[in-house]
Design a protein around this ligand. Structure first.
Ligand SMILES: [Zn+2]
Length: 134
């Protein structure tokens, strides 16, 4: 199965605070996002090179992608999506690729990969409890 991808270019003035989950309307970015929305199953920003959000049932794909990335020129996020495509036969997941481009001193761009699942698994235990909360 191939995860549907929607690639969208945004103007440099675009602000991430205005991106909302299309299923429940919760904000995608911000400290409370993962706690209130279970549809955003991953959030990866290429400039950071890490997953800001990752649902527990997708952790094995991230781990595998990091393994494979050591011997591959491909970005972790592409390997991650490729592994999901190879191993999951059916999913209600799709991926938004939001790219902001600008020219401040030099041309730059940043892409956020937002995985949205219309029907995420719900029996993964207590979900959404942030471990790092103090
Ligand atoms: Zn949601």
């Amino acid at each position: 199965m191939t995860i549907p991808m929607a690639e969208i270019d945004l103007p440099p003035s675009a602000t991430s605070e205005r991106l909302y989950c299309p299923v429940c309307g919760a904000p995608v970015f911000g400290p409370d996002a993962a706690a209130t929305c279970r549809h955003v199953v991953f959030l990866y920003i290429d400039a950071a090179g890490e997953f800001d959000v990752l649902a527990p049932h997708l952790a094995r794909f991230r781990d595998r992608a990091h393994e494979l990335a050591e011997d591959s020129p491909d970005p972790v996020i592409e390997i991650f999506l490729g592994e999901i495509n190879k191993q999951i036969e059916f999913t209600t997941l799709f991926c938004l690729c939001l790219t902001v481009m600008g020219v401040t001193h030099a041309p730059w761009s940043q892409t956020a990969y937002v995985g949205i699942d219309f029907n995420p698994p719900s029996d993964e235990g207590e979900s959404g409890a942030p471990e790092e909360a103090l």
